[in-house]
Design a protein around this ligand. Structure first.
Ligand code: SAM
Length: 275
């Protein structure tokens, strides 16, 4: 059996009597035209290693495997394992399936001895943001991340200063990676459809990210600044140094958080470290 011989996903789900479970955030992509587009946008190809969180019935996994990549799929719901094993049987060892909670596993251990891995995932919404923050700021740095989020969260990740969605998630993400919304998807693209629209974000970690200490300081600065986003920085940052901190960073103390770009926030973070 090859990938081309596999039955359509809807038939496989029916044959295995599988229904989506709300508690696992299950909304499936069963249209291979959509999953192939995501694989193309992720720029995955032969020889790449991909970590996919939450393969479910395997629609995105199939598209990733079609590119010739090796896929390590981490799925929490054991009901999908037989179906994923069928998929693995069609690609001669290029699919490794790990039954685990992605919030608890050790990603570097998964990819050894491969040096780098890309992450591509239609994420369960409730774990998407903590996983993203872990990949952006933790020890495991993916080569790239192509991730499905609720549209509102995707917009927050990629937002620019002055936009309504610009906030903590934009600053933390873009301090360590480039971030772009590459695809919008209506709720009807999923089975069953979620309540809100979705979008795919592609993030590529910077070759030379700021040191970990700056990122820790950035987390404090952005929490305070966006916690009171309508206030001037001299007031919202008062407990961290207020006007004096802004002066040390070369930032206007009368400005509001939503107008400060990533460079400005990093200057504030460095000033906080040095204060
Ligand atoms: N990738 C599939 C697709 O596009 O059709 C399924 C996407 S569905 C939105 C999310 C998937 O993540 C489900 O298969 C669910 O069981 C799985 N999942 C939920 N929480 C998880 C966790 N903490 N670790 C690993 N997988 C998880």
């Amino acid at each position: 059996m090859t990938l081309d011989d596999l039955p359509p996903l809807r038939e496989q789900l029916a044959a295995h009597d599988l229904m989506a479970r709300k508690s696992f955030g299950q909304h499936f992509l069963l249209d291979l035209n959509i999953t192939r587009k995501i694989a193309r946008l992720a720029r995955i190809g032969e020889g790449d290693t991909v970590i996919e969180v939450g393969p479910g019935p395997g629609g995105l996994t199939r598209a990733l495997l079609e590119t010739g990549a090796r896929v390590i799929a981490v799925e929490k719901d054991p009901r999908f394992l037989p179906l994923l094993a069928e998929l693995g049987g069609a690609v001669g060892g290029r699919l490794s399936i790990i039954e685990a909670d992605a919030l608890r596993i050790n990603a570097p251990a998964l990819i050894a001895p491969a040096a780098t891995a890309h992450v591509v995932s239609n994420l369960p919404y409730n774990v998407g943001t903590p996983l993203l923050i872990g990949w952006l700021t933790g020890a495991f740095r993916p080569a790239s991340m192509t991730l499905m989020f609720q549209k509102e969260v995707a917009d927050r990740i990629a937002a620019q200063p002055g936009e309504d969605s610009y906030g903590r998630l934009s600053v933390i993400s873009q301090a360590v990676a480039t971030a772009r919304v590459v695809m919008d998807l209506p709720a009807q693209a999923f089975t069953p459809p979620p309540k809100v629209a979705s979008a795919v974000v592609r993030l590529v970690p910077l070759a030379d990210p700021p040191p970990a200490g700056d990122i820790q300081a950035l987390e404090k600065i952005t929490a305070a600044a966006f916690g009171q986003r309508r206030k001037m920085l001299r007031s919202s940052l008062k407990v961290l140094g207020g006007g004096a901190l802004c002066a040390a960073a070369g930032i206007d103390p009368n400005a509001r958080a939503e107008t400060i770009d990533i460079t400005g926030f990093l200057a504030l973070a460095r000033a906080l470290r040095e204060s």
